[in-house]
Design a protein. Structure first.
Length: 291
């Protein structure tokens, strides 16, 4: 019987803050952020094939199979493994719960889970650092999900240090619009010179540390983002994650999140999808990581 791994979680992330501190000569922006894992996940299912083929067996509207990060991750791992994965392939089924273009890292997280699961199933034996290097070829957020725990990130998001974050609940609003990352980073009004901070500055701060430098641009260009920030700000410190479009607010207790969730559902913003999630410390598949 072919080897399988089912119900593999690909968790969402939040950027608790996101500062743009500069720009490299190659055009990439220099960032500082804290990545926070959530218990809301996509789910992936893997079955090993013995004909070398890599197939996504679920349809994702708007995402052709060959350009899907999940398929690209599997092919990249197979190429890196060489003879260790000779003749092996995979069927991959994907249950999407995380929105595309939402700033929650859904596609990056799916790619990371694919690398973790197939590295295990194929017995390719790559360690954490090797998988993170592969992940960076797929996107700047992918190494974080392979790092395995919440992190303070610098550079383009690949220089990671473990960080402790508050145990809390988050209410997240998907405002019903897709925000293309490139549009935000190319806007002439984007702040690109926020003073760098130290990891100890965050560690000693409240949950509302810093800001998201991309938020002003996204809220100006995409009014539904601004509406979500304005509404959620009635209940606490609301801000956007990543380059948008999702907006979040933290609450110490689950019942507080439930109250805000109920109010959001009664708010009249019918295009919103609103949910709560718990902060988690480690990636659910971190046990598959090798040093």
């Amino acid at each position: 019987m072919a080897a399988t791994l089912n119900n593999c979680p690909a968790p969402a992330k939040l950027n608790l803050f996101l500062h743009v501190t500069g720009r490299r000569p190659d055009g990439y922006h220099l960032l500082q952020t804290v990545f926070q894992l959530l218990d809301r996940c996509d789910l992936l299912h893997f079955k090993v094939r013995e004909d070398g083929a890599i197939r996504r067996i679920t349809d994702i509207p708007g995402v052709p199979e060959d350009s899907d990060l999940v398929v690209r991750a599997a092919r990249l791992l197979k190429a890196a493994a060489g003879n260790r994965a000779s003749g092996l392939g995979a069927e991959i089924a994907l249950e999407k719960r995380l929105p595309m273009g939402g700033g929650l890292g859904g596609g990056s997280s799916d790619a990371a889970t694919t690398l973790l699961a197939l590295n295990h199933l194929w017995g390719t034996g790559l360690g954490r650092a090797e998988l993170m290097a592969l992940g960076l070829q797929l996107g700047a957020d992918v190494p974080f999900f392979l790092f395995g725990r919440n992190a303070f990130a610098e550079g383009v998001g690949e220089a990671l240090q473990p960080v402790d974050t508050p145990a809390c609940w988050y209410v997240v609003i998907e405002p019903g619009v897709v925000v293309p990352t490139a549009v935000i980073f190319s806007d002439p009004g984007l702040t690109r010179s926020t003073n760098p901070v130290r990891i100890s500055d965050f560690s000693s701060a409240s949950i509302c540390f810093g800001k998201n430098d991309l938020q002003v641009v996204a809220a100006r260009l995409f009014p539904p983002v601004a509406d979500a920030i304005e509404w959620l700000s009635q209940h606490g410190e609301a801000r956007m994650t990543g380059s948008g479009a999702c907006v979040f607010c933290a609450f110490p207790q689950e019942h507080q999140a439930d109250e805000v969730l109920q109010a959001a559902h009664a708010s009249g913003f019918r295009q919103w999808t609103v949910w709560k999630a718990r902060a988690i410390e480690r990636h659910p598949l971190s046990h598959l990581l090798q040093a």
